[in-house]
Design a binder for this molecule. Structure first.
Ligand code: TRP
Length: 333
């Protein structure tokens, strides 16, 4: 841990299968950010249970996600990579922060309203408390920055509000974090409906390319990707959303700029273009998938990573929690 570096916190839920959009928007960024910041990266399994999970599947996805991050180059020697439920301080700080959060503001959160509509049979307290647990995650580690997708903007805002409220009520305790919205390739759209973001839970499975898809599936999905009728390959997200989305994907997976990619395909047909995008994605994912499988076969190694991560995270988290307990008047031994 280099004191001169800023602190960064992010987490991902072990739900659903990740898509190439998640790879570009999150995982790949983590591998870059770990060099410039002191990073805490969590697998947020406590958030995951706010919607009903099958226990065996949740357990399996946790390890599978860990192996994927490692296979992509997230390095446990450079960052603290851990499982949220291994650090009890998250639940403990969440309880305290609940008393600094108003029911009304939680009821107004966009994601809570969306998820309540989608899971009308199970609008549980955890779903409503989701943003407070997320605030606890971030504030425990005194994070300066929180890289997230735009869908998490409101959650980072509320974490800032809660931090400021607590700091004002007592004395400076929490760092007030800044969201870091990732620019490059942060937004990869659905292959079948390019006006929409590619989602982990999309209704049309042909619209999303999953990191677990095999080569043939990847190539087939790109071959079927929606383009348009003017047959010209150029980057213009307004009028050519399908083609532009494919150019963005090609650019990220080939390491070329979007301009270079467009030049490479100018004058070529959509068929060749879509095949080339599929090839480059499949070629890039193959070694990652192989490494992930290799790691999944070595459970003692994965457990070791989680143990080391949990120790490092708990150390930092407990320092903050103990300050909080002191300030609010919890008698300490
Ligand atoms: N809510 C985030 C998501 O769904 C995951 C998450 C949990 C998170 N805790 C966090 C992200 C803390 C950033 C910081 O993507």
């Amino acid at each position: 841990m280099e004191e001169s570096k800023k602190f960064l916190y992010s987490a991902v839920q072990p739900t659903n299968n990740l898509t190439i959009g998640n790879y570009i928007g999150a995982i790949r960024n983590w591998t870059m950010l770990q060099n410039d910041y002191n990073c805490y990266f969590a697998i947020a399994n406590m958030h995951a249970i706010t919607v009903r999970q099958t226990p065996a599947v949740l357990r399996q996805r946790t390890l599978s996600l860990l192996a994927l991050y490692l296979a992509c180059g997230v390095d446990p020697e450079k960052c603290t990579l851990y499982l949220q439920s291994h650090v009890p301080a998250h639940a403990e700080l969440c309880w305290v922060l609940n008393t600094f959060t108003y029911v009304g503001e939680m009821e107004r959160m966009t994601q809570f309203k969306d998820k309540s509509a989608r899971h009308a049979e199970n609008i549980n307290m955890g779903l409503m408390d989701y943003p407070v647990l997320m605030a606890a995650d971030i504030l425990l580690y005194q994070a300066d920055v929180v890289p997230v997708g735009l869908d998490q903007r409101q959650h980072v805002e509320i974490a800032r509000d809660i931090a400021q409220r607590f700091n004002n009520a007592y004395s400076p305790t929490f760092k007030v974090p800044e969201a870091l919205y990732m620019k490059v390739g942060a937004k990869i759209n659905d292959l079948q409906d390019p006006a929409k973001k590619m989602s982990k839970s999309g209704e049309n499975p042909n619209g999303s390319v999953f990191l677990s898809d095999d080569r043939d599936t990847i190539i087939r999905k790109f071959r079927r990707a929606v383009t348009d009728s003017d047959l010209e390959i150029r980057y213009d997200p307004e009028t050519k959303p399908g083609v532009s989305n494919l150019l963005s994907i090609y650019s990220v997976f080939s390491g070329k700029t979007v301009e270079e990619a467009a030049a490479e395909f100018s004058g070529k047909g959509y068929g060749d273009f879509k095949a080339a995008v599929g090839e480059v994605v499949a070629d890039r994912l193959a070694p990652i998938q192989a490494q992930q499988q290799k790691l999944l076969a070595d459970k003692p190694y994965l457990d070791g990573v989680l143990k080391k991560g949990a120790d490092g995270a708990a150390y930092a988290a407990n320092k903050t929690l103990s300050k909080v307990y002191k300030k609010i008047g919890f008698y300490q031994l």
